[in-house]
Design a binder for this molecule. Structure first.
Ligand SMILES: [Fe+2]
Length: 312
């Protein structure tokens, strides 16, 4: 799929809150807890930016939950591979053992995927440009340049992404895929963020999961934050064990410490980070808000749902 311009939130009278989530990996109670948290924080719109399915199985259930609650969708490597009928996860890990574990997880997810699911997943775009009073914001999966690129905080190149954001004339981007949330200011008035993942903790010894909120004022101020959410991981781990999910994938949910994907991490990120993450940033953009409000201009289109319905 190609780039889309199908999120237009320019003409809002008041501030607008967008929740951005990714990496559910079939973790139904964690995604539900994040949806509930986003609603309780007043998010009017929710975007899911890929890897809905994964090691927990429950693919039909998680896709139904996404279909009911998210108006903006971006495909991750899991959606792209499942849509094409592939058995490889396409995660893009440097280490063969990490890629093998990724494919093992992906094959658990595929057990519950129907032809209708595949047809729907094929309609998810690989990026989405959301127009806001603070300027356009790009939603993508791995990076704006590759669905399965891992963007880590310790390797962030401000020069690379400042060049990219200026060429595309956008205020910032939000990605997921790596599982580790971060926020970077780019120049003075642009940003890049990784919203983390809702399906597993971020290797910090804490079992909470993560997503992002973009809070955009009518006058062009944009606040990016990372939210941490609790859910009943003990009951979920018990259920997954009874369903035969390998312990390799259950243990991180119970301990907050990863068992897979570690060999491919930058060395400094392999260590367990105990609550050291930067979780909020405000960007004041130079984007001048000139638009006159029109009642119907803030509607967004989305890939048609599983049964043609839309949560908006
Ligand atoms: Fe991914």
């Amino acid at each position: 799929m190609t780039a889309q311009n199908n999120g237009n939130f320019l003409n809002r009278h008041l501030s607008w809150k967008l929740a951005v989530m990714g990496g559910a990996y079939g973790n139904v109670p964690a995604l539900q807890a994040c949806i509930d948290d986003a609603r309780s924080q007043g998010c009017q719109t929710m975007a899911f930016i890929g890897d809905a399915i994964g090691c927990c199985g429950h693919s039909a259930e998680i896709l139904a939950l996404i279909n009911r609650n998210f108006s903006l969708l971006v495909a991750g490597n899991h959606e792209q591979q499942a849509a094409l009928g592939q058995s490889m996860c396409g995660c893009g890990y440097e280490s063969p053992e990490d890629e093998q574990a990724g494919c093992q997880a992906f094959n658990i997810a595929l057990r519950d995927i129907s032809q209708d699911h595949r047809r729907w997943l094929l309609t998810w775009p690989n990026e989405l440009l959301v127009k806001t009073p603070a300027g356009p914001v790009l939603l993508c999966h791995g990076s704006p340049e590759r669905t399965n690129e891992f963007l880590y905080a310790s390797q962030f190149s401000e020069a690379r992404w400042e060049r990219f954001l200026k060429i595309r004339e956008i205020t910032g981007f939000v990605c997921t895929h790596s599982g580790l949330p971060w926020i970077h200011r780019v120049g003075t008035d642009r940003f890049a963020a990784n919203c983390g993942v809702v399906g597993k903790p971020d290797h910090d010894g804490n079992t909470e999961v993560h997503y992002s909120i973009l809070d955009v004022s009518y006058f062009g101020e944009l606040k990016v934050s990372i939210c941490s959410v609790r859910y009943d991981e003990i009951a979920w781990a018990r259920q997954l064990r009874s369903e035969g999910v390998p312990d390799l994938f259950i243990s991180p949910l119970e301990t907050g410490v990863w068992t897979t994907g570690l060999s491919s991490l930058p060395e400094s990120e392999r260590l367990v980070h105990f609550g050291q993450r930067h979780n909020e940033m405000t960007i004041r953009t130079h984007d001048e808000f000139r638009s006159v409000p029109h009642a119907n201009d803030d509607k967004c289109s989305r890939p048609q749902g599983l049964n043609g319905e839309s949560p908006d």
